[in-house]
Design a protein around this ligand. Structure first.
Ligand code: MN
Length: 329
């Protein structure tokens, strides 16, 4: 469960690595007041198939949300367990949220935490952290419920915190708000009158909507931009259709939203936040502002700089960083 950033034009499909297109992302800010649906793309991370819905074409950020991977082993009859060995992060917070299965998180701070559906892990990297994630399969390997499904998401850290220390928090008791036509578990910020205890570095909202039938009408913060990600149902959002594997982008200015499942009860992720004013550069598992910073993080990881990336206790093998495409040596 970790990000990924490849090189120009999304060419590189390096495991535990994501897309990077350093050009002209600010175009996103020019979006007009209408909902747009963008397709995600499939990739592989730690031996499992994932669907990456953010970043997507011409859209890098939704508020501070800069990365959303959906873990979807449904595509495979008998998927390998998710195993993501020790790897580093800088300048971002990882938000881990499961729909099924269990996973063990370990990190540089000595954290050792099993996460289950309905619980949230928030790990902020600051100047540098390393972590590992391993699927736990307590039951029979054939039990479908044993397979991890969930969302791995990143929040870009603002200038005020991105150079600072790292932290990890596990949250077991997140509020559930009743909606007419469903319910919402609030991961971050305030939604439908309920506020999450999760502390974020930038104003955000995150919720899992569990829809039954009929439209769910909710108020949203018009100062935020939002992304709506259908997980296992096709949705109609203010009349616009979005299929699983896509993301509906709602620009700032909307103060209400109508979401309806088209295909029976299902889950939807709602992510939003105050527009992020800083231009981020993402490469592999790093979020920074310049290539120099990204290069330095790559060098520090490859050189085993244990002051910056304190080694992680893990049975899994440390993941080597690919060389940034702009480094000539
Ligand atoms: Mn990671």
């Amino acid at each position: 469960m970790s990000g990924a950033v490849g090189s120009t034009e999304l060419k590189q499909e390096v495991a535990v690595s994501g897309p990077i297109d350093n050009s002209a992302e600010s175009i996103a800010n020019l979006a007009s007041l209408q909902i747009e649906v963008r397709e995600g793309r499939s990739a592989e991370v730690g031996g499992m198939g994932i669907m990456r819905v953010l970043p997507t074409k011409r859209r890098r950020l939704i508020g501070p949300w800069c990365f959303v991977d959906l873990m979807s082993p449904d595509d495979v009859a008998n998927p390998d367990p998710m195993e993501v060995g020790p790897h580093p992060h800088i300048g971002l917070s990882t938000v881990t949220w499961l729909f099924a299965g269990e996973a063990l998180h370990t990190d540089s701070l000595g954290s050792e935490q099993v996460i289950r559906p309905g619980e949230l892990n928030l790990m902020s990297a600051g100047h540098g952290i390393a972590h590992a994630e391993l699927e736990v399969r307590p039951g029979s390997p054939e039990a479908e419920a044993g397979y991890v499904k969930g969302a791995q998401m990143w929040l870009a850290q603002p200038e005020a915190t991105r150079h600072g220390g790292s932290s990890f928090a596990h949250h077991k008791d997140l509020p559930v708000a009743d909606l007419d036509g469903g319910e919402a578990q609030v991961l971050a910020g305030t939604f439908a009158g309920s506020t999450s205890p999760v502390v974020s570095d930038w104003p955000v909202v995150g919720a899992e909507l569990r829809l039954r039938t009929g439209p769910v009408e909710t108020r949203i913060d018009p100062g935020f931009e939002h992304g709506v990600v259908p997980i296992d149902c096709r949705i109609r959002i203010d009349g616009v259709i979005a299929e699983p594997g896509s993301i509906a982008i709602i620009p700032a200015g909307f103060d209400r939203l109508s979401v309806e499942t088209d295909t029976g009860p299902g889950r939807v992720m709602l992510l939003g936040g105050e527009p992020f004013p800083e231009q981020v550069q993402m490469w592999w598992n790093f979020v920074a502002r310049t290539r120099e910073e990204l290069t330095q993080a790559w060098r520090d990881w490859q050189a085993h700089n244990d002051d910056r990336f304190i080694p992680v206790q893990s049975s899994l093998q440390r993941i080597a960083a690919p060389k940034p495409f702009w480094v000539k040596e």
